[in-house]
Design a protein. Sequence first.
Length: 328
Amino acid sequence: MKRLKAILGGGALSLAALSMPAHSLTMDIGHTLTTDSPFHVGAQKFADLLKEKSNGEIKVNVFPHSQLGGELTMIQGTVAGTNDLLITGQPTLNNTVKEFLVFDAPFLFDSVEQANTILNGPVGQKFMDVLPKYGMVGLGWFSAIERDVFGNRAINSADDMKGMKIRVIQSPGYVESYNVLGAQATPMAYSELYLALQQGVIDGGETTPDQFVSDKFIEVSKYFNLTHINIHPALLIMSKARWDSLSDSQRKIVKESADEAMEYARAYYKKVYDEGMKTMAEKGITIVQPGNLGSLVEATRPVVDTLIKQAPNGQELYDALMAAKAKK
């Protein structure tokens, strides 16, 4: 026993160290949203599950609100292997993963529920299989995110969009979709949108129901239009370099934790979506279900064709999505 204590450095503390995990692993995960957002809830659930399933061997530190940089910076770091994990919306991935341009196609999905079903099936895996060649591994699909137009105008048909200045995500499919509808897709930092709406510099923006409420656009808007021109995916990504460094048992735990965390996050997104819609109604926002949504669909068809041509294997990927959609 004396010899054992001598080797260990003696004392109960050193003996306790024997029970510590032999191959402890610490990783960081980042996202750009606030701590009450679905992204953060999903990331924290992932961290908690990893700790539990690995008996404390795997620890994940969660960094919200762009603490590890903006989405593009985190994506670049993930590709380079300097960033471990992130949760991101698909549009920011387009510059790196050209195949994901297909997801910019307007009216690609009919609903969030339909999108989630398709993404978590064989077709979603086709897109995940693309990521390793870009230095990333897709661990799971977060909920698809529905983006709707809000502002000072009710939208019932494509004609109502004409001349409307709308702040949109600066992704090719988004900008072109709004432009062909006759709107002016206006580049602007998201942080500047509230004041621009308040001052009448801009007519509207597009976001999710929960963010519309949490970011207080409810105070400077009259209408929330259920246009759902874009329903885009979000996903949990790991650096391929980091993934390749894991043991088989660690990979199994990571993937199981990701699956459970993303399922939890999808349910949470539905909850805050429903709560957002309820709050809008209570606060007197006019919620508009466009009577002639087909006119918007028809007007944006050329954008779909353009995006398919720009994406590697775009036609094959788009056809797979449409085939899955026809079955739902």
